[in-house]
Design a protein around this ligand. Structure first.
Ligand SMILES: Nc1ncnc2c1ncn2[C@@H]1O[C@H](COP(=O)(O)OP(=O)(O)OP(=O)(O)O)[C@@H](O)[C@H]1O
Length: 265
């Protein structure tokens, strides 16, 4: 048995009418590691994260495969037990927060459910400060719709970390945020992992983000893994045509942006 934190073996999912969603997906995440899961739209990234957290839509059925967390089997074909020790941060934080509750009440609820029975305003503000929110009192009293997307995402990351998960799954956590806020959120992710023993599965379609964040990369295409490797290998020596095309496309976008900046300047 490997000593990986998360080990996914042969995960296969079918959609309505037996349509293949994932086929024989296997990969691992070690403690202290950020693994990127990349692929174009519809390749199955989100379905992988939902399967791993037991949140699959009812129409999608696991047909084969297993996952273990720190050696404990928790996902088997046809059955997903309550997700153990895993937190997930989604793309749309406002949608993931309760719109009718102030941020403070939502944080308190989580902290109390985690055994901090006396959690109050001070603990909430401490958590908000830890994710770089420098006016925690205002944010604690706000409803999600009164905050920016980046601020809500900080709150979500705070909630995810407060649960003290062994594995954090981030599903496109910066998509839709502006470039400056994106950089701040990525920095926050890096900080929250580098001084912990936790593993992170970082799902994104943006290879630029992968280059900044990850040590290893898993490339998905139409529900199958085409290639797995270190960030260096994937960017500089991809072995599969699909990965080569993906890297070439990302490089072209990057160079296009750089040329645009030169013209603008
Ligand atoms: N609720 C659903 N019911 C049936 N099929 C679905 C459902 N959600 C997604 N799918 C299908 O599952 C496949 C994988 O979708 P998934 O959302 O995992 O892709 P993705 O790589 O995360 O794409 P994106 O980057 O656009 O989010 C796609 O073919 C999609 O059409």
């Amino acid at each position: 048995m490997s000593d990986a934190l998360l080990e996914v073996t042969g995960l296969s999912l079918d959609g309505p009418g037996g349509r293949e969603i994932l086929r024989d997906v296997s990969f691992a995440v070690d403690r202290g590691e950020i693994v990127g899961l990349v692929g174009e739209s519809g390749s199955g990234k989100s379905m992988t994260s939902l399967a791993l957290t037991g949140l699959l839509p009812p129409a999608i059925v696991p047909v084969a495969g297993a996952a273990t967390l720190a050696g404990d089997p928790y996902l088997t074909a046809g059955r997903t037990s309550v997700r153990p020790r895993i937190s997930i941060v989604f793309q749309n934080p406002r949608g993931a927060l309760n719109p009718t509750m102030r941020i403070g009440a939502q944080v308190i609820r989580l902290l109390r459910s985690r055994g901090q029975r006396r959690a109050g305003a001070a603990q909430v503000e401490e958590l908000l400060l830890s994710v770089g929110i420098d006016d925690p009192e205002r944010v604690r009293r706000s409803y999600p719709h009164e905050l920016s997307g980046g601020m809500n995402q900080r709150v979500m990351i705070g909630l995810a970390i407060a649960a003290d998960p062994e594995l954090l799954i981030a599903d496109e956590p910066t998509t839709g945020l502006d470039v400056t806020v994106q950089a701040q959120i990525l920095d926050l992710f890096r900080r929250t992992t580098s001084d912990s023993n936790r593993g992170v599965l970082f799902i994104t379609h943006d290879l630029g983000v992968v280059a900044q964040m990850c040590t290893r990369v898993v490339v998905l295409y139409r529900g199958r893994i085409v290639e797995t490797g270190s960030v260096d290998d994937i960017f500089h020596a991809p072995t599969q045509q699909y990965t080569q095309d993906l890297v070439a496309a990302a490089t072209a976008v990057h160079e296009g942006r750089a040329a645009g900046r030169e013209v603008a300047g």
